[in-house]
Design a protein around this ligand. Structure first.
Ligand code: AMP
Length: 479
């Protein structure tokens, strides 16, 4: 997974991009990068790791100009190397170009084969580079036409930012799988335009969200302001529902809806669909942080107290000190510790957003029981995760997803829980759809049950994945 941020018309563009990326850090921690422009040249800095460690004030001082784009990366396959960090920057016959990408191209292997056969030499292992080659090869005059022509040849999910000396161009794929939004802020006598994966990036820099970028929309931001074009054939919208389940920050809004409110709605619906016997000894606890809003919703509907039964350490990094004698559940305990005061003697409902491999949930159930719970009921605010994502979410292979080969009862036995209950697919989709319909998209588009990608739960993939040719190693894709 990745996050992108762009800004045009601000005297401290690189500093603002740094702050924007900081707010998007949850979308990727492997590398971070910023490319700025002073209108004549592009300047870039990329580093491995988090934004805060990769950018010193001296690094930021090497990024002049009033426009910039930035990227935080979480590669969804392959290794992690600085040469694959974004924004990618190139000099080609028409000038300089930088690009930052969130999403995965599903036909990147086939594209790369075709382009390499024609003589393209790749600098990176990233799928995003194919877009750059296609732009460079285009015979069109204007950059926006070259980008449009390139993107009609790619398939998959993309929220993209391009920066040249003159323009910042933002594009969201026709199915709008990954989020992207437009904002603005006053700066001196003018207006600064900002674009970001999530609106939470605007809050930090004092910008206001104007709207979500529409499916298939291209925004051309220049000294003349913002121009909107729709260069692609229309497709049915397929917003990634997992952004609402887990990925996006709860203080963001997507298509006019608060992610926090959506998660609470998941929790309320989950309580109705998968109730636990009421009683004075019942307590609802979240797996922090991802399970918190859903647990609030669950507790509200179940009329049971919400308590912080697991306390999260915010200082978990890598640990090099491991005790000689093994401590039970040491790895998980570093991050989460049971709060005996609210658990002991209780029937506990523990809420998380998803189960992937099941290893964390199993340890959590044991920890809660060890802390004196009489019963442990696991409730998950999404359906069983059974299928890998090809559109930009990091998921393990199908065989590693516990729900792809185990029934809910079998998962319950594996977790050693008293019961396990998942939110239904219908409950998931309907919770988001109804809130979105109530909020009313600025474009007037009404979402339907078909407006979301839920392939990770349903196996219903809106775009086919073109697998790598036999004997060919799968290359890193952008995420
Ligand atoms: P597991 O032990 O593999 O079942 O991990 C489950 C936990 O991973 C849940 O608490 C989720 O919040 C979290 N999770 C779900 N999807 C992802 C993802 N794509 N990347 C990182 N963590 C995730």
């Amino acid at each position: 997974m990745c996050g992108v941020f762009g800004i045009f018309g601000h005297p401290e563009a690189a500093n603002m991009a740094y702050l924007g990326l900081h707010a998007l850090q949850h979308r990727g921690q492997e590398s971070a990068g910023i490319v700025s422009s002073d209108g004549e040249r592009l300047f870039g800095h990329r580093a491995m790791g988090r934004v805060q460690s990769g950018f010193s004030p001296t690094d930021l001082a090497t990024l002049p100009g009033d426009r910039a784009i930035g990227h935080v990366r979480y590669s969804t396959a392959g290794g992690s190397h600085l040469k694959n960090a974004q924004p990618l920057g190139v000099d080609y016959a028409r000038g300089s170009l930088a690009v930052a990408h969130n999403g995965n191209l599903t036909n990147h292997e086939a594209l790369r084969d075709r382009l390499e056969a024609r003589g393209s030499i790749y600098q990176t292992a990233s799928d995003t580079e194919s877009i750059v080659h296609l732009i460079a090869m285009s015979k069109k005059e204007e950059l926006r036409d070259r980008i449009a022509e390139a993107l009609t040849q790619v398939e998959g999910a993309y929220s993209l930012l391009f920066l040249t000396e003159r323009e910042l161009i933002a594009v969201r794929d026709p199915r709008a799988i990954r989020p992207l939004c437009l904002g603005e802020m006053a700066s001196g006598s003018g207006v600064t335009h900002v674009v970001a994966s999530e609106s939470t990036a605007f809050d930090l820099i004092g910008a206001r969200k104007v709207r979500d970028v529409a499916p298939g929309e291209m925004l051309i931001i220049s000294a003349d302001g913002v121009r909107s074009e729709f260069p692609f054939a229309q497709e049915p919208r397929k917003l990634c529902i997992f952004e609402h389940v887990y990925f996006a920050r709860p203080d963001s809004t997507i298509q006019g809806v608060s992610v926090y409110e959506v998660r609470k709605a998941f929790g309320r619906r989950l309580a109705a669909e998968q109730p636990v016997e009421p009683g004075d000894d019942l307590v609802v606890i979240p797996v922090p942080d991802s399970g918190v809003p859903a647990a609030i919703g669950f507790a509200d509907r179940a009329r049971a107290p919400f308590e912080m039964g697991l306390i999260r350490s915010h200082y978990v990094g890598r640990t090099f000190i491991e005790p000689q004698q093994s401590i039970r559940h040491f790895g998980v305990r570093l991050k989460l510790n049971p709060n005996r005061a609210v658990i002991e003697g209780k029937r506990v409902v523990v809420i998380d957003d998803s189960i992937v491999r099941g290893t964390t949930s199993r340890k959590i159930v044991k920890m809660i029981r060890d802390a004196g719970a009489r019963e442990v009921h696991v409730r998950i605010s999404s359906p069983p995760t059974r299928w890998p994502c090809y559109y930009g979410i990091d998921t393990p292979t199908r065989s590693e997803l516990i729900a792809s080969s185990h029934s809910v009862d079998e998962i319950s036995s594996y977790l050693t829980a008293d019961s396990v209950g998942y939110l239904s697919l219908e409950g998931l989709v309907e919770s988001v759809r109804s809130l979105e319909a109530r909020a009313g998209d600025a474009s007037g588009a009404r979402p339907s049950a078909e407006s979301y990608c839920h392939a990770c739960f349903s196996g219903s993939y809106p775009i086919p994945f073109t697998p790598a040719a036999p004997n060919r190693q799968l290359r890193m894709v952008s995420g």
